[in-house]
Design a protein around this ligand. Structure first.
Ligand code: R5P
Length: 263
């Protein structure tokens, strides 16, 4: 792996502990003005100081994020279908690698739809993009998207994650499921978990904790942060699980303390 690729990976995954809190706010690419992100800047600006990486779309970056921001950027480069076609998700390239580089991306993200009707297209598009990533030293984060009707279990997540890694992903983003150790143990590249639909805060913190205990190197979490009753407190609580090995209860105590106005 060349210097540029390693350098960019070290922006995304913090070298001090090999972990990361990625803030996922790319939902608009297929969900439009998602609850919590309808007023993007108002929500995201206060969260940025607590995120190790910001994952978003080209349009959100250009329109709503100051170029002076220090947080590393991961850009979503696949898309093409909306939430209205959730059973027929079919993604292709929506952002070329040269524009991603021009926007100073530290990484890019592409959804692979293993088991879905158009899996072949999304996977071949993904591998073609990885060829370009290798050429320019840009890490690729594979998002193992799961269709509405597909089973979310360790067998499926292991299949999708391992495929993504063998096809060339540098990081895999997947969903936490029971038996997650198997997903991590059989995948040769670092794994981060998505948060999925909004859960009560203690449950989301436990999920992050269990994922880290199972070997995930962090989270790439969205709704469980920006739809929390206190997003700034929640991202700090998640941070404490990922970087300080806080237990779910310690993290929830921190959330409550920060929520009531602490720093
Ligand atoms: C989905 O494909 C998007 O990449 C989201 O960023 C992802 O689902 C993570 O967000 P959440 O934690 O809300 O599931």
């Amino acid at each position: 792996m060349d210097w540029g690729m390693r350098n960019r990976l070290s922006k995304i995954i913090k070298p001090k502990d090999g972990r990361t809190v990625m803030l996922a706010v790319d939902h608009g690419y297929f969900m439009g003005p998602t609850t919590g992100l309808d007023y993007f800047q108002k929500m995201v600006n206060p969260l940025i100081p607590h995120a190790d990486t910001l994952m978003l779309t080209r349009g959100a970056l250009r329109n709503w994020v100051e170029p002076t921001v220090e947080v590393p950027i991961v850009l979503r480069v696949s898309g093409g279908t909306s939430i209205l076609n959730e059973n027929l998700l079919h993604e292709g390239e929506v952002l070329g690698i040269k524009d991603a580089i021009r926007l100073n991306a530290s990484g890019v993200a592409w959804s692979v739809l293993v088991g879905a009707k158009y899996e072949r297209d999304t996977i071949l598009g993904f591998t073609k993009y990885i060829d370009r990533c290798e050429k320019y030293g840009i890490p690729m984060i594979a998002v193992t998207a799961v269709g509405k009707d597909m089973v979310r279990d360790a067998r499926y997540m292991s299949l999708a994650s391992r495929m993504a890694a063998e096809l060339g992903a540098h990081i895999v983003k997947t969903y936490f499921v029971e038996g997650f150790e198997k997903v991590v143990d059989t995948c040769p590249v670092p794994i981060v978990i998505a948060g999925g639909k909004k859960l009560p805060e203690p449950d989301a913190l436990k999920m992050a904790y269990d994922a880290i205990q199972a070997g995930a190197i962090g989270v790439d979490m969205g709704r469980n942060i920006f739809q929390s009753e206190d997003p700034v407190a929640m991202i700090q609580a998640v941070n404490s699980v990922v970087h300080d090995n806080h237990s779910p209860q310690e993290a929830f105590d921190l959330f409550n303390k920060l929520k009531s106005g602490g720093q």
